[in-house]
Design a protein around this ligand. Sequence first.
Ligand SMILES: Nc1ncnc2c1ncn2[C@@H]1O[C@H](COP(=O)(O)OP(=O)(O)O)[C@@H](O)[C@H]1O
Ligand code: SF4
Ligand SMILES: [Mg+2]
Length: 339
Amino acid sequence: MSRTILEVTDLRKDYRQRRGLVSMLTGQGRVIPAVDGVSFYLRENETVGLVGESGCGKTTIGRTVLRLTDASSGRIVFDGRDITTLSRAELRPLRREMQMIFQDLDAGLNPEMRVRDILREALTVHERPSDAEIAGRVRELLEQVSLKDSKLANFPSELSGGEKRRVGIARVLAVRPRLIVADEPTSALDISIQAQVVNLLRDLQKNLGLTYLFISHDLPVVELVSQKVAVMYLGRIVEMGLAERIAHQPRHPYTGILWSSLADKQTTEVTRRVTNVAVERERRTWGVFDFEQPTSGCRFAPRCPLYKEKGRPAICTDPASEPQLRDVGHGHVVACHFA
Ligand SMILES: Nc1ncnc2c1ncn2[C@@H]1O[C@H](COP(=O)(O)OP(=O)(O)O)[C@@H](O)[C@H]1O
Ligand code: SF4
Ligand SMILES: [Mg+2]
C-alpha cells in the first residue's frame, strides 16, 4: 500500500467577520467556524474528492492544508512532518511540493505577461535553470498539458477558458509538485471542456504520480476522479468512504440529496436553476446556511428528510449529541444517528 502523504487531524478554521461600525472599531466580530473539526488522510498517488455545496468550507480546507492560511487549531502532517506551525522560511522548501490549482481561471496569470514568460517565471521561482533548460522544460510542459507552441506568444486575454486552465496547470507542474489541491478546476468551464480537463488531470496523475485533493460541488465529477470521497456540510465531514460506495450506497441523508438532485439527467440548466431557487428559499426560511444561527445537535436537521420521516426525533436536535463519524464497514464513515 502506498504511503500517507498528507494527514489532517481535527482541523479547525474560524474566520472573524467584522460587520458594522461597532465591530470594526472594537475589533470584535462574529466568529464563523468555516472548518469545524475535520480529519482525513491522502495516500501517495491517490485522489480524495471533497464535495459539498458552496460555502461549506472546501476552499478553506484546501488553503489551510497548504498553509496558505493558518489553521485555528488541529494538525497537518505532510510527508511525515508536522507543518501546522512551520514559519514562512521553514515552509519555503516545501512550497514547491504542495501546490494549488485555484478556482479562478485567471489566478496566477499576469495579464501583462505572455504565456512564455508566465511559464518561465514559474520555472525560476525555486531554481536557476539555464536558458536551454528553460526552453526544454517549457516544451515539456506544453506537451504535458496539450497546448500548441503558438500559444506561447499569447497574453492570457487571448486564450479561451480551457487554454487558461491548461496554462494554470502547466504553471503548477513547473515546480514538480507531489500534492495538488485542485479547487473546482472545471467549474468555470463549458461541459465539453470540463471533460477534457478531467481527463488531463487523470493522465497527469498517472504519468507523474501526483496526489490530488480534488474539490468540487459537483458529485458526479468528484466520483469520476476520486478513489475516496468526503462529503461536507457546514464545516464538517458528514460522510466519507470509497468513491463507489458514496456514489451507489450513500448512507447520509445529505449525500442522498446531493445525488438525487442530479440523478435525473434532466438536471439541465433549467432544473438546476429551479433547485437553486428552492435551496435559496430554504436558506432564507431556515437560516441554515448562516453560521450565525447554528442548529443544536445535528446541523443538517433543518433540511433532513429522514428527520421529518422519523417524526423529528429529539436526539437529532439534542445539543449534547451532535452525530460523530461512525464506521459502518468497509472504511465507510457516516455522521448520522440513523445511518
Ligand atoms: N477570508 C474570509 N473571511 C471571512 N469569512 C470567510 C473567508 N473565506 C471564507 N469565509 C467564509 O467561510 C465559509 C466557507 O467558505 P469556503 O471555504 O470558501 O467554502 P466553499 O469553498 O465550500 O464554497 C463561508 O461561510 C465563507 O463565507
Ligand atoms: S442525525 Fe437526524 S437530522 Fe442528522 S442526518 Fe441523521 S436523521 Fe438527519
Ligand atoms: Mg470554494
